[in-house]
Structures are given as structure tokens and as C-alpha cells.
Design a protein. Structure first.
Length: 408
């Protein structure tokens, strides 16, 4: 973290443990206590320069967070954009598979074990940072990649994507049941690293990908509302439900790529457009030709997308297929900006875009950067950005393994 001082706490013990780390010139000073009122134990080490001491502080912070320590702040004491919780995903894993409870009090994070053999799902209490293991996938002969975790609307269950399976985990009894399942290149042409299950805004309709190249939208009871056979199309690369759950968008192919929009209730295709990439095809960039991530804007009049690897976002008008706006790269003129994930605020006024170690707030109607400072997260590539339903907190995760909850 970009700081010269940090206080960490671990409340997973009968008495909370505290440690304060502080850079003092070339020294790193440490003060630890076994409780809030306990007698502090102090130590210090000279690293020769403020830069080396700052590196040592960051290294020890990461180690202690991996052991379950967190940085906490009362949301009432935090300014907008400041963290109220900074933690690490368990098992020294990426924090990309991350979600927040609809009421904002709990995080769920999915992690893989050593070399991706075995996986775990943990809950993290936002107020205390305490972790709780709720599900384990044992190691077997094949690797177990846990791609996504998403809370159910009632917060009592979690939908998660494990390899090509979409499952529902009941948090009350710990039981897991399968909602959809395929084997890549055997029972379906889907790529589980590209396609993950996703909810509508109310978390009442769920998009899943199933064997036989079936794309399904399930209702709250797990029954199909829409069942599409996409076997005769180019590879499906991305999909999303609109906020209301009324529309489904799917992106197919690489060069050229096209997007289809379906009415979930009637089963009719309502739009089909070749995606209007801002730059010419065959330009040698990884972003050319394919849609990597897809979503609807809050008005359901536009589709937001990424192209190729982490280029975007850009917006297409649903009625005409025309490019509405695109975020340019600040340094290179032949490609879009860098984007790993995004989320719309619940009131639809902000588009939070995850970049490398930062989140940028943009205008959803134009893509223009909002006149506020970038939010620094320390998450590395911010592969997961999501708001609480109340819009008061912004949760970020990425490939560094750090989890950051910011006051929004």
C-alpha cells in the first residue's frame, strides 16, 4: 500500500490482535498488542533508506494480511474513495472471484489451492474482516478453476462457476447443487475462462451456459425462461442480462464479431449487429475483432463491452448498432484504454472502471472521466468491481489478491 503507516487487526481470536507498522526515516518500527488495551511490544529495524523501509512495510503488510490481519476503518470516519476494509484473499490467491452481499455486510471470495488443485469459498465480514470457510472442493486429478462467485438475492446462497459447471451453494446447510454443466470442446464449445454466470439487477434471473451449446436464462427457482441453441454460430465469447432481466445480449466470433439481443420473455431475437469497433480490423492488436466482456447500461439502450484483452470500455447503441462512445488510450492512438472490469452505481450515475491498481469513475452516457480523483486500490489488475445495492460501498479485487472496500 502507498502509506508510511498502517494499523492492522486480526479479530479471529478470543482477543483481537493488533500491529502498527510505521516508517521512520530508514527505520521500520513495529508495535504489536494482544488486545486493544494490552501492553505494546515494540521493535525496529534499520533498512538504510526511507525507500527500503517502505518496501519492508509493504512486504510485512502483505504477509500479515495473508495470515488474516486486515486494515479497518469505520465508514463514518472515511471520506469518499477511502478504504473501510483492506484484506487479502485466503490461500494467497487472486481476489477476482469476489462479490458483496446485497446488504453490504459480507463478502464472498472464491480461491484455488496449490497449483489450482482444490478450491475454497470463504465469507469475510466487512465490519471485522473475519474470514469463514463455507465450502471446499477437494483436490483431484484435474485442476479446479473457480471463475466466479455471486450472492443470491436473499444472501442465503452463492452461485459459483467451477470449471464448466455452474453450481448453487446453500450457505445454511453447505449443500451444493448443479445448475448447468459442460466440458469444454467435448459437450460444448464454451470457454469457462470467458463465460461466467451472471444475474440481472435484482438477482432473480440467472444466465448460465450448458452442455449442447445451450445458453439458458433461469428463474429464481432454477427453471428455464429462455433456452437457446447456439451450436451453429461462431464461438460465443461473452453474454449478459439487462438490469431488468428482460433482455439477453450475446457476443459471437472474433473477426468480425457480432452481438445478438434477445427478449427473454418472448424468446424472440430483437437485434443483431456487427460490433462497431473503433479501430480497423487486422491491426495486430489483441483487442481487434472480439468482444471480451459484455454488459448493458442502466437505461438498457446501450451495450457496454471490452475488446480483446482488457481494451475498453466502449458503447454500442442497441437500436442502430452504432458506436456511441469509446475510451481512448491516453498514450497510444491505435487502441482503446485499459479496462479489466466495470460496474454501474445503483443509481446509474457512475461507471466505475477497474484499471491497473486504480478505479476511474466515468459518465455512463459519454464515457468521459468524472472530475474526481482516481481511486487507488492496490489490487493489481482490477478484475472485479462491484457496488453494494445501497451504493454506499465499492468493492474491488484483482490479481494481486488484495480485497479493497471503498466508501462510494
Amino acid at each position: 500500500m502507498d502509506t508510511d503507516e498502517i494499523t492492522l487487526v486480526h479479530q479471529g481470536f478470543p482477543k483481537a490482535k493488533y500491529v502498527r507498522l510505521r516508517v521512520d526515516g530508514g527505520w521500520l518500527r513495529r508495535e504489536s498488542r494482544g488486545s486493544a488495551s494490552g501492553t505494546p511490544r515494540q521493535s525496529a529495524k534499520d533498512y538504510g533508506s526511507p525507500t527500503e523501509a517502505a518496501y519492508a512495510l509493504d512486504k510485512e503488510t502483505r504477509k500479515r494480511m495473508n495470515d488474516g490481519f486486515v486494515m479497518l476503518r469505520d465508514p463514518a470516519d472515511a471520506a469518499v474513495g477511502e478504504p473501510v476494509l483492506v484484506a487479502a484473499a485466503p490461500n494467497r490467491c487472486s481476489s477476482a472471484a469476489l462479490d458483496v452481499h446485497p446488504q453490504g455486510h459480507t463478502l464472498v471470495v472464491g480461491t484455488t489451492l496449490k497449483e489450482a488443485y482444490g478450491a475454497e469459498i470463504h465469507l469475510i465480514d466487512v465490519a471485522t474482516g473475519v474470514r469463514r470457510l463455507v465450502h471446499t472442493e477437494p483436490a483431484g486429478e484435474r485442476q479446479t478453476f473457480l471463475h466466479a462467485v455471486r450472492f443470491h438475492a436473499d444472501g442465503q446462497g452463492v452461485v459459483y462457476a467451477l470449471n464448466g459447471e455452474t453450481r448453487y451453494l446453500d450457505l445454511a446447510d453447505g449443500r451444493s447443487r448443479t445448475l448447468a454443466s459442460y466440458e469444454q470442446w467435448q459437450t460444448a464449445d464454451f470457454n469457462p475462462f470467458c463465460l461466467q454466470p451472471s444475474w440481472d439487477r435484482a438477482r432473480r434471473r440467472l444466465l448460465v451456459f450448458d452442455a449442447g451449446n445451450r445458453v439458458r436464462v433461469l428463474d429464481d427457482a432454477g427453471e428455464p425462461l429462455l433456452d437457446l441453441d447456439v451450436a451453429q454460430r461462431p464461438e460465443c465469447r461473452a453474454g449478459a442480462l439487462s438490469p431488468s432481466g428482460r433482455l439477453l445480449a450475446l457476443a459471437f466470433g472474433m473477426e468480425p464479431a457480432h452481438v445478438e439481443v434477445w427478449d427473454v420473455d418472448t424468446g424472440r431475437q430483437v437485434q443483431r449487429h456487427r460490433f462497431p469497433f473503433p479501430f480497423p480490423e487486422n491491426r495486430g492488436s489483441a483487442g481487434c475483432g472480439g468482444v471480451d466482456v459484455l454488459d448493458f447500461d442502466p437505461t438498457e439502450r446501450y451495450v457496454i463491452a471490452n475488446g480483446g484483452f482488457a481494451e475498453g470500455p466502449f458503447s454500442m447503441a442497441l437500436d442502430t448498432g452504432a458506436l456511441a462512445w469509446a475510451v481512448p488510450d491516453p498514450h497510444r492512438t491505435d487502441r482503446w484504454g485499459t479496462c479489466y472490469a466495470w460496474a454501474f452505481s445503483p443509481d446509474g450515475t457512475r461507471l466505475a472502471v477497474g484499471e491497473r491498481g486504480t478505479v476511474v469513475l466515468r459518465d455512463p452516457a459519454t464515457g468521459a472521466e468524472a472530475p474526481v480523483p482516481q481511486l487507488h486500490t492496490g489490487t493489481g489488475r482490477a478484475y472485479r468491481v462491484t457496488y453494494t445495492d445501497a451504493g454506499d460501498l465499492l468493492v474491488c479485487g484483482g490479481d494481486s489478491g488484495r480485497i479493497v472496500v471503498l466508501r462510494a
